[in-house]
Structures are given as C-alpha cells and as structure tokens.
Design a protein around this ligand. Structure first.
Ligand code: ARG
Length: 565
C-alpha cells in the first residue's frame, strides 16, 4: 500500500503542534498549493496567530526549522505558510511499484463491505423507443455499478421495464384495428408506436375507442388469454429491440423485473397502508397525505380501483429490501421524476420503514441540441440506434485516415464510436444539461473519449517499442521533475474513485482521465522516454502505470480501451 502522503505531513507537524492541535485538526488545515513550486502540501499558520500571539509569518519561520524533514525533500517557510515538498525518489518508487503490482486492483476499496445495492436503471417503456433519457440512465447506472463494485459493494442492475398500465389497452385496440403481425415482426417498435399514436388521433372523433381500450386493459388485468398473449408478444419484441442497444453498449442487467412483476404484490402494500391508517379517500381515489413533507398527496388507487406507478414502486422497493437486504437502493431516473421519488420515500417512511433513508434518487439532466431540449416527436428518439451506428461510422473514417493498416479495424471503430457517445454523456456532471453534436463527440482531440483512448494506445505503442519486461524491474525511482505532475495524479486515482462513489458521479472519473491524458501527453512531448539512461526503466514503468490507470478509468465508465488505434 502507498502511505497516505498527507498523513506524512500531519505526522511531521504533530510533534511541534501537539500542545495546541490534534492530528484531525492539523489534517483539516492542510492545503494543496496551486503550483508545485510551492510544495506538494502547505500548512497555513493563520489559525495559530491567536494561540501564539504572533504574526503568522513569524510562526511559520519559527516552526519550519523544528520540523523533522526526513520524509521530505524539503520543508520551507514562505510567508505565512509552511510548504512541504515530498521526496520524489521515494514517492515515485513506492507509487509505481504499487500500481504495477496491484494492476487492475489499484484503487480497490472496501467501503461497501459486500453490501448489496440494487440500481434501478434504463427502465424504458414497452412498445416505445428508448429515449436519450433512458440512454443516460443506462450508462450512468452502469458506470455507478462499476464504481460501486470497485469500492466493495455488490450492485444489482435492475431494468424496471415500463410493461404495464392502461396504455396497453390502447395498444391492443390500435393493433387489432390498424396493425398486422407482419408489420410488428418487421419493425416492432416503430409500428407499435404508430398504432398507439393513431389511437390518440382517432379517439378525439371516436370516443368509443376509449371504452374499448378500457375493456381490453380490464381483460389484461383479469388474465384473459388473448390479451395476455398480445401483451407477452409486444413485450418480447420490444425487449429484443432494446437488447440491440444494450449489446452495442456492452451493458448487461441482473434483472428485467418490470412494473408487471408487481401485479400480485400490490394488494399487500395497499393492505399495509390500510392497517397503518395511512389511506384517505379523496374524490373516490385512495391517497396518502404528505402535507407534513410539503409534498402533494401520493395517489395509490384510482377511483376505478386501478393501481398506479407509485403503488408499483412501493411494492418494488419493499420487494428489493426483502430480496437483497440492500444497504442502499438507487434509482437512476431523470430529474423530472424528483417529486415522485420524494413521495416514494415519504410514504415508506410513514409506513415505518427506516430503510427509506437508504433509498437515493440519482437524477440527471437533459441532452439538448443547440441548447434546446431534444424534441420527443415521433421518430426523433428512435434515432438512438442510428446515433450509435453513425458514431461508429465516424470513428471508422478517422481510423481509415490515421491508421489504415490497423488490424481489427471494425472492433476498434466500434469501441471508439460507442465509447465516444458514452464518455460524452459521463464527462458532464450528471445534473447538467448538455449538448450532443456527433462530430464533436467523436473527435480524437479535445475533451473526448477517443482522446483518452488514443492516449492509452500511444502509451501502449511506446511500451511495445521499448520491449522491456517491467516485471523484472526492482527500482522505480523517477526523480525527474517533469514527471512529477503525472506521478502525483496517478496517486490520486484511489481518492477519485471514492469521491465518485460517494457523490454517485461518474464525471469525477471521466474528468480525471482527461486530466491524466493531458498531463501525460504534455510530459511525453517534452521528454525522450526511450533514451537509455538510469531512469529509463522507471519512465517506462510510469508509462505502463498511466496506461493501466487510463484503461481502468475507462472501464469504470463502461468504455473499452483498444491497445492500438
Ligand atoms: N419507465 C419509466 C419512464 O420511462 C422509468 C422507470 C424508473 N424506475 C422506477 N422504479 N420508477 O419514465
């Protein structure tokens, strides 16, 4: 293990300050200077001025010479600060040795202690296209699952399919009136959506359609053969379409239990609510009053007896607690459902479930086009599969231009194109809206996934050229100043993972990878890595470490890292 460098600073300060501050208080005061010529850590003396009754400058000047500097290159007073410079030789050796030894386990932590964490993610609606919002939920959820695994949790990826509700009555009517088996087979989602849209156009003039739809939904709920057969088929062909996208993204789920799964589990929930005297009648419907939480009432049962979205979510939350004994339960769902999840938690809380506090809605912003919300008009969002295909084509073109003889060109273009779309989504803080412009997303330069992938491939090519076996090496001392920024950043990786896991924020990892790639490219442009001198093996160890950490970062985001491109 690497020592925690900041802890070294605390331990150095403690003997001279122990009468006034304890270790925790010292740790809180330590800063990281903006530029490394001011040291790697700085201790400001302002807070000591009152205790010592002296000017901060004076305190810094008096204390600095009393500090044991064994573990440092130097310890120096500059104005009101005491600056600490880490011992580069010792630091580089320990760090590079650790990274190469731990390989893909570098940065592993055990915050989660194997506790299970269901992640409700993707969750598109049957017979409708996957929207950009569902794409965001899918890639954010997948990345969070990777990050949580890395810090010791056991995520369970759940696709809570929207596969039940009155819309299925309309869909059956639409299909029977205007549809055909052949059309659905040929292009399921496009055509199912068409019937649904047509239903809504026609029912204005023909209100009897609504009665038919209601009848069909009643039949469906009652388990009528024909209704169930159609519903099962619609669900199956829709899921097959969704799978194409999940396969392209290389994302797998642990469960596809959607809303319908909870059909036979809702009576119990309603009963529990009744027993706890939480249900109130309101205009024929059953509600839970949430005014104490400053929330609108939760509508549990409609006047016709039909249960609702939130009722299913209550049943699902309870089912997940019983099944997984979760330590946290996450819902990666757009920001527009914020109130729904507040209500869900509040009702569970009212029911006496303390674990409601372990439920976290993980909201995210919108994908925009020139700053405007992507229109959800019919056909618009079906483009998702096309978006991914276009991204792969664009990647292909760039590889053809840059590296026409590359082996596995198709596979690499796939990794680069899809990776570009995923990376672009994840590099933005999840709550921010962001613009999507394919050309920008797939560029090999700038703040893109392909840039990080390209940097990794470059590191790999350096290692191939060098052709040395790093495992034979015993000395990783790299005291060269120009490597310092890269080394320090490599050391930050474990902290970044922990931060990303606590904030549920994959962008922490994406931004880190961009910074590391940029720093490494700067280093590489100014340093002859392959020159045969005493530090050559250590330089190569650093190149290998950079590649390893970039590959790991991309893997945490769900992006592949080709070795050549
Ligand atoms: N199917 C819903 C939609 O597309 C998302 C479901 C989110 N998950 C949940 N447990 N409510 O809006």
């Amino acid at each position: 293990m690497i020592m925690n460098e900041q802890e070294l600073v605390v331990q150095a300060l403690l003997p001279v300050l122990k009468d006034h501050l304890d270790a925790a208080a010292i740790a809180k005061l330590i800063e990281v200077p903006k530029t490394s010529d001011l040291g790697d850590y700085a201790f400001p003396t302002f807070t000591l001025a009152k205790i010592f009754r002296q000017a901060p400058q004076q305190i810094a000047a008096d204390l600095a010479p009393k500090i044991n500097a064994d573990n440092f290159e130097k310890v120096q007073a500059v104005g009101p600060y005491i600056n600490f410079f880490l011992d580069k030789a010792q630091f580089s050796h320990q760090l590079l040795q650790t990274i190469l030894q731990q390989a893909e386990h570098y940065g592993d932590a055990n915050l989660g202690q194997q506790g299970q964490v269901p992640i409700d993610m993707s969750s598109p609606n049957i017979a409708k296209p996957i929207s950009m919002g569902h794409l965001r939920s899918t890639v954010i959820g997948n990345s969070l699952a990777n990050i949580l695994t890395k810090v010791g949790y056991k995520p369970v990826k759940i696709n809570h399919l929207g596969d039940w509700g009155t819309q299925f009555g309309k869909l059956i009517v639409g299909y029977k009136k205007w549809g055909s088996e052949a059309a659905v087979k040929a292009d399921p989602i496009t055509n199912l959506l068409k019937y649904y849209v047509k239903f809504h156009q026609e029912d204005q003039a023909h209100p009897e359609l609504d009665d038919e739809a209601r009848d069909w939904f009643v039949k469906l709920e009652a388990g009528d053969d024909e209704a169930i057969k159609l519903w099962t088929w619609f669900r199956k062909v829709s899921l097959q379409e969704f799978m194409k996208i999940y396969d392209m993204l290389d994302i797998q789920f642990d469960s596809y239990k959607g809303e319908a799964f909870y059909n036979d589990k809702m009576a119990e929930v309603v009963q529990m609510l009744e027993d706890k005297k939480l249900l109130k009648k309101s205009q024929g419907a059953e509600i839970v009053d949430l005014s104490a939480y400053n929330l609108n009432p939760a509508l549990i049962k409609k006047s016709d007896g039909a249960t609702l979205y939130i009722t299913r979510d209550l049943a699902a939350a309870i089912y997940r607690k019983r099944t997984y004994h979760f330590v946290q339960s996450l819902y990666v769902v757009g920001n527009e459902q914020r109130d729904h999840f507040k209500q869900l938690k509040a009702v569970l809380k009212e029911m006496g479930f303390d674990w409601a506090d372990d439920i976290h809605h993980i909201p995210f912003g919108l994908i925009t086009e020139n700053g405007k919300k992507l229109s959800t008009r019919q056909g618009r969002v079906i483009l998702l599969e096309n978006v991914l295909n276009d991204a792969v084509d664009l990647a292909h073109k760039q590889i053809d231009a840059k590296n026409p003889d590359l082996a596995n060109k198709d596979q690499v273009a796939n990794d680069v194109g899809i990776g570009a779309v995923v990376f672009h989504d994840l590099k933005n803080e999840r709550l921010n809206n962001f613009d999507f412009n394919l050309e920008d997303v797939v560029r090999f330069e700038g703040e893109t996934g392909p840039y990080v992938q390209y940097t990794n491939a470059r590191a790999q090519s350096i290692l191939r050229k060098a052709g040395v076996d790093l495992k034979q090496q015993t000395d990783y001392t790299l005291a060269d100043r120009s490597a310092w920024d890269v080394l320090k950043q490599l050391a930050e990786f474990p902290d970044m993972i922990i931060r990303a896991s606590k904030e549920y924020e994959p962008s922490v990892i994406a931004k880190y990878a961009l910074r590391l790639a940029k720093n490494f490219n700067k280093y590489y442009a100014n340093t002859k890595v392959l020159v045969a001198d005493a530090e050559k093996p250590a330089r190569l160890a650093m190149v290998a470490s950079v590649s390893q950490v970039l590959t790991q970062s991309l893997a945490l985001l769900g992006v592949h890292a080709p070795k050549e491109m």
